[in-house]
Design a binder for this molecule. Structure first.
Ligand SMILES: C[S@@+](CC[C@H](N)C(=O)[O-])C[C@H]1O[C@@H](n2cnc3c(N)ncnc32)[C@H](O)[C@@H]1O
Length: 260
């Protein structure tokens, strides 16, 4: 994991887009030219995309991304109408940091009557998800190729019926713990957009991450429902979970409910 201090990668000091070699491989439509100025410390680009992946990004992402999320699309940050995303008032679930998208596509196939919005700033992961969406033929998925905070900014109160945080970036050094997703900067907006009684699931293999999760999530307005080494019945193991298992780490799963 590489760090980006202070600014989003891909922007110079004046905020203009900078073309890195990997970025110039990626269709321009995949990027917000004008993201909000907030710190994002993860990776946005990995190795060079395959030709097929570039095709998924240029051909599919435009249709699948929700409108009005980026500052470029919605400079006044007006709340969006979630019913417009899937065309009806079905329940909407949110997956933060879907990685390669296997869990998200599995959930979409298993629950065809709900809609899932996934957020992932790592464009190689977005390309992987788009390939999986094509293969699975699921139509109840929406893809924000960026930071979940930008989506939460413009979601109305109580619009999300379930949220998933699977293997979030661990940020192991103590001085980096404030970068973790399970901090008020992320959890307070998440609590605002979740319906009362909505489930929030967190999976991690890092004991100290689970410690912070069990401490901070209830403070943001959730009740702990369960905390277990046994996964949910409908769980699909993710790439990061497989890596953790190969390396001898033990998964842990926590379930919360939004108070109210
Ligand atoms: C360790 S990976 C896990 C990926 C996947 N969930 C899995 O289990 O294989 C964490 C992912 O969270 C993404 N991420 C980090 N901060 C995020 C944010 N603020 N909004 C959305 N995604 C984020 C990263 O880009 C990264 O792909």
């Amino acid at each position: 994991m590489r760090e980006t201090e202070g600014r989003w990668r891909g922007l110079d000091a004046a905020g203009s887009a900078v073309q890195s070699p990997a970025m110039s491989d990626t269709p321009k439509s995949a990027f917000d030219p004008n993201p909000p100025r907030r710190n994002f410390y993860g990776r946005r680009h990995g190795k060079t995309l395959r030709q097929s992946q570039k095709g998924y990004l240029s051909e599919d992402l435009g249709e699948l991304r929700p409108r009005g999320i980026t500052v470029g699309d919605n400079p006044d940050r007006r709340p969006i109408d979630p019913a417009a995303i899937f065309g009806d008032d079905r329940p909407i679930w949110l997956e933060v940091g879907f990685g390669g998208g296997e869990h998200m596509v599995h959930m979409a196939a298993r629950y065809p009557d709900i809609g899932i919005i996934g957020c992932e700033p790592f464009i190689n992961g977005v390309a992987m998800l788009l390939g999986k969406i094509r293969n699975a033929g699921v139509t109840n998925v929406s893809v924000h190729p960026g930071d979940a905070r930008d989506l939460m900014d413009v979601l109305p109160d109580a619009s999300i019926s379930r949220a998933f945080l699977n293997y979030p970036d661990p940020w192991p050094k103590a001085r980096h713990h404030r970068r973790r997703f399970v901090t008020p900067e992320h959890l307070i907006p998440l609590a605002r957009v979740m319906k009362s009684g909505a489930e929030f699931r967190v999976a991690t293999d890092i004991p100290d991450y689970m410690r912070q999760t069990l401490e901070e999530v209830p403070q943001a307005g959730f009740d702990l429902v369960g905390d277990s080494p046994v996964a949910w019945d409908d769980w699909l193991s993710t790439r990061y979970e497989q890596k953790a298992l190969r390396e001898g780490r033990v998964p842990h799963y926590a379930t919360f409910r939004r108070k109210g």
